[in-house]
Design a protein. Structure first.
Ligand code: NAD
Length: 275
């Protein structure tokens, strides 16, 4: 008799652009490895819309606590000031989490300690960059310098609090302009929605103090690109991604969505190659 495979139960917190994309992909592409069981959003209309769009049976959890309780692994895709508390609540309940809001985890050592104590995992996808594997390996022998230069079209940054505070009218920019040059801890505060990749690099290789971030915009840029230059005892690495937007969501780089899905797939299968 064929034994029934026990599938990992996945819950998603945040039914916006990323959460919805993840939900669709889990149902369609990861159906052999896991099962989307519940979703939750503070805005009930978002969770209702997502549930309607899904072909599989999914429960809208009445509360965050209910979602965590019913899941083996929680996908965090929340855009809120209390995202850190949400991730903390997941690992405090001894459940693993795939965190998308990586910037919120910078300096959150207590959350990593709780996860370790509770023997659960915090999964962080590489996002829209390449070379994270090399950065982690290079760290073992010492990194001397590392920088990320992100180039984004102005329209992709509209509404950014840092630009508003500085009085920068993004739509009036008519040439290549350096918007930010500084530390990763300042970059994630200034560009919370745009610079998760920098936080991912900082966390992956523990290079927060070394890492320099530049954010450049120009109406000539058609894609979001990220260039990483690293020098260490291993030699030199230059990586560059030129990202197209998700086919169904212009706000998100396609590679970021794909990397989240791939991270989840590896976790379900328990096989980690090149990570
Ligand atoms: N790591 C990466 O590569 C990467 C890529 C893209 C986006 N992100 C991050 O993922 C997160 C989600 O991005 P998005 O584009 O889907 O944002 P979004 O604004 O489209 O969706 C966020 C959702 O969170 C919900 N929400 C807000 N507060 C909540 C709360 N307290 N509890 C439950 N739900 C709540 C909102 O109602 C909304 O539906 C952001 O933090 C973004 O920076 C990361």
């Amino acid at each position: 008799m064929k034994s029934k495979k026990i599938k990992l139960k996945i819950g998603i917190i945040g039914c916006g652009a990323i959460g919805s994309r993840m939900a669709q992909n889990i149902v369609k592409d990861l159906k052999d490895d896991c099962k989307l069981t519940s979703i939750f959003d503070i805005d009930a209309s978002k969770s209702a819309k997502l549930k309607k769009s899904l072909s599989s049976k999914v429960i809208i959890a009445p509360t965050l606590k209910d979602l965590i309780k019913s899941s083996d692994l929680v996908v965090e895709a929340v855009n809120a000031i209390n995202t850190k508390d949400i991730i903390k609540a997941v690992v405090s309940s001894k459940k693993s989490v795939l965190a998308m809001s990586v910037g919120k985890l910078l300096g959150a050592n207590n959350i990593f300690k709780i996860a370790k104590k509770n023997k659960c995992s915090i999964l962080i996808p590489s996002g829209a960059i390449a070379g994270l594997d090399a950065i982690k390996a290079a760290k073992l022998a010492g990194i001397k310098s590392i920088s990320i230069t992100s180039r984004k079209p102005p329209r992709g940054l509209v509404g950014n609090p840092y630009c508003l505070k500085k009085g920068i009218d993004l739509l009036k920019i008519n040439r290549e302009t350096l918007l930010f040059n500084g530390k990763v801890s300042e970059a994630v505060k200034a560009f919370p929605q745009n610079i998760n990749v920098a936080a991912t690099v900082a966390l992956a290789a523990d290079v927060e103090n070394l890492l320099r971030i530049k954010i450049i915009t120009s109406p000539k840029f058609k894609t979001n690109s990220h260039e990483i230059i690293m020098i260490g005892n291993f030699g030199k690495m230059i990586s560059r991604t030129e990202n197209v937007a998700c086919p169904d969501n212009p706000k998100t780089s396609y590679l970021a969505a794909l990397s989240a899905l791939q991270t989840l797939k590896q976790y379900c299968k328990g096989t980690f190659i090149g990570t």
